[in-house]
Design a protein around this ligand. Structure first.
Ligand code: C5P
Length: 232
């Protein structure tokens, strides 16, 4: 449990590369237990959109840190999704493009950006519990979380899932290009010097290549029951 003002907050961290099914799993877990949800990727994506909208040069570290510290991003849970507002404007769909994902990944490799977002992410740990989705949830943001999950799947399967997701949202996508972009983003996320994408030793690693979303959900529910004694 993570101690916060003398109270133990149960936390489940879910990390893994893009398109592996973290988002779907985390939304379902948070809903099932009635816990809070931290979609940390959406924070990095909202920052990317803000930087893109305001045409800040990627070499201008001071301005990027300034934008990060004053980032006005809000989340509102809605059915199976999370609405994201940037400066009061609904931006959920805009955030999902691979172009914004790519820019988010470049910004996420900057140590100053990660430092500036650390406390904001930790503040999501509120009663009755938290499900945290990202790349460094179990390694850096919530290193003492009692239950850590690390999802993986082949790059082809992740590309296929992301393709279906984007198509369903009406986006114009090309599978071959998407696969190249995902592979490039994974490689940057795994090789950066700060908080690289990596499973911690205490994480439960699940290869979801041949598993359905329901099967992954069932596995994690069982682990949650064992760890927290939660009814499932
Ligand atoms: O998870 P999602 O694809 O929305 O994340 C977008 C990008 O944000 C990732 O490729 C990664 O570079 C970055 N990210 C991160 N740490 C997190 C969450 C996301 O570096 N905890």
């Amino acid at each position: 449990m993570v101690q916060r003002s003398g109270t133990a907050i149960p936390i489940i961290t879910v990390d893994g590369p893009s398109g592996v099914g973290k988002g779907t799993l985390c939304i379902r877990l948070a809903k099932h237990f009635g816990w809070h949800l931290l979609d940390s990727g959406a924070i990095y994506r909202a920052l990317a959109l803000c930087i893109d909208n305001t045409h800040v040069d990627l070499n201008n570290n001071n301005e990027i840190v300034n934008k990060t510290m004053y980032l006005d991003v809000l989340f509102e849970s809605k059915d199976e999704e999370m609405d994201v507002y940037l400066e009061g404007k609904l931006v959920s769909s805009e955030l999902r493009s691979e172009r914004i994902g790519e820019l988010a990944s470049k910004l996420a490799a900057m140590p100053e950006v990660r430092d500036a977002l650390l406390q904001r992410q930790r503040d999501f740990a509120q009663s009755p519990g938290l499900v945290a989705d990202g790349r460094d949830m179990g390694s850096v943001v919530f290193p003492h979380a009692p239950l850590k999950i690390f999802l993986n799947a082949s790059v082809e399967e992740r590309g296929r899932r992301r393709y279906k997701q984007l198509k369903a949202k009406g986006c114009n996508v090309n599978l071959a290009q998407l696969l190249r972009e995902i592979a490039a983003r994974d490689s940057r996320d795994a090789q950066r010097s700060v908080a690289p994408l990596k499973a911690t030793e205490d994480a439960h690693q699940i290869d979801t290549t041949h598993l359905s979303a329901d099967e992954v959900f069932e596995i994690v529910l069982k682990l949650s029951e064992q760890k927290f004694g939660l009814a499932i």
